[in-house]
Design a protein around this ligand. Sequence first.
Ligand code: ADP
Ligand code: MG
Length: 509
Amino acid sequence: MVAFVSTVAFEGIEAKPVDVQVQVAPGLPAFTLVGLGDKAVNEARERVRAALVASGLALPPKRITINLAPADLPKEGSHYDLPIALGLMAAIGALPPDALAGYTVLGELALDGTISRVAGVLPAAIAANGRGHGLICPAADGPEAAWASADLEILAPTSLVQLVNHFKGTQLMARPRPGLRDVTSDTLDLRDVKGQETAKRALEIAAAGGHNLIMVGPPGAGKSMLAARLPSILPPMSPPELLELAMIRSVAGDLAGGALSDRRPFRAPHHSASMAALVGGGIRPRPGEIALAHNGVLFLDELPEFQPNVLDALRQPLETGNVSVARANHRITYPARFQLIAAMNPCKCGKAGEPGHACRRGARCADDYHARLSGPLLDRIDLHIQVGAVTAADLLLPAPSEGSREVAARVAAARDAQRARFATLGLDARTNAEASSSAIEAAAAPDAAGTRLLHDAAIAMRLSARGYHRVLKVARTIADLDGSEKVGRPHLAEALSYRTLVDKVALAA
Ligand SMILES: Nc1ncnc2c1ncn2[C@@H]1O[C@H](COP(=O)(O)OP(=O)(O)O)[C@@H](O)[C@H]1O
Ligand SMILES: [Mg+2]
């Protein structure tokens, strides 16, 4: 007889339906698994055999064939163990034949018959719900699955035996509850940063308009400190945004306990991070740091120290808002709409430009360091600022009266203004940074004095077309923070001041 069990294959964060077909037929004893599985899928045979034996079920000495359909869809991961085991149990009569109808099943088996956690349960649960199925998943992933829908039927057993008892009716399982929101109270506050008013202002503008930002300054100036406090002034994620990120984190296996939070993510990979860690991929397809920063902040400290190919790989996601990873015979795409915050020292020794310091290699020290950054990458960063060293006198000052809460309120108001404006103009953008060039021209037409300033600056600073639109976007955000409907001369003047580094790199190149 042939038993059928539904499961899923992951393509990015999408869960595609897969049918596990199990046939137990007379013939020489054999156990074959077909259907374009990777190594983890093929090893399922050994885990399934051992888990069934441990649960008191021996495999019959017959010809067992498992097919994962559709046969041309690549299948990766260890979550096929459970559907294969359940299919076999149905085929040999250890489960009622119709018990598994209407369920999507995923889970990994341990040799003793317990069910271990797997990645991707949330997208699988959402897919199951969409097909009108219930879900059978590992107990440890139940709280995550419960986020998919309040009506989704979920069985989250710890072992094969527990599931069999449930179907027999001897020990019914309760539905898991959604994981509690992780309310890690926020200890990072902008109030901790003393002095650095210009940098704080730039951070506020970056938060308000969703702009990318690069900070250049000597070690110990507080660049990392400032960046880590950006999430505390960003608006919380909306429920759809939260769900999008949760799907990515689920596929990455980063959602232990199923706890979700509406706080935007802050990812700060080290500069030695490999391409696979940053962009995703590797032996097992996992979203990388830039996908895990979706709807939040990607902080790259010591930007010029990152491998050049890694920095190049950032350009496409910065443009399109998603990242593609090449697999053996297909490509997968993850959403990756993040805000890039970068920090760097002014030169290799870290102190160029400080009073009394002279680099041993003279001006080349700073020039060579800057030349590691490509023009096209810097071109995608709207705000460039210098962060000066803090003095002991600055640190002795009392804490500033204004903290993250006050700044976050202004940021939220500016974001509301942007959303409302783009909606009335019928444009598809949420922040000024996201707006297309035509959208920003419509939304940020400067007044007469502003136009004159822009005209003069375009000539004096040799603004490129992209540079011109970038200045408009930043000026629009500054005007929004100001509560001004028109973009005026002061807004443009401030926006023009955040462009120092492009010119420096152009000189160094
Ligand atoms: N503006 C500041 N206000 C208060 N403390 C600061 C400031 N700048 C630096 N510090 C202190 O110096 C440490 C190093 O700062 P950090 O942000 O790592 O500097 P950077 O990233 O620029 O090298 C911080 O942990 C903090 O204790
Ligand atoms: Mg630092």
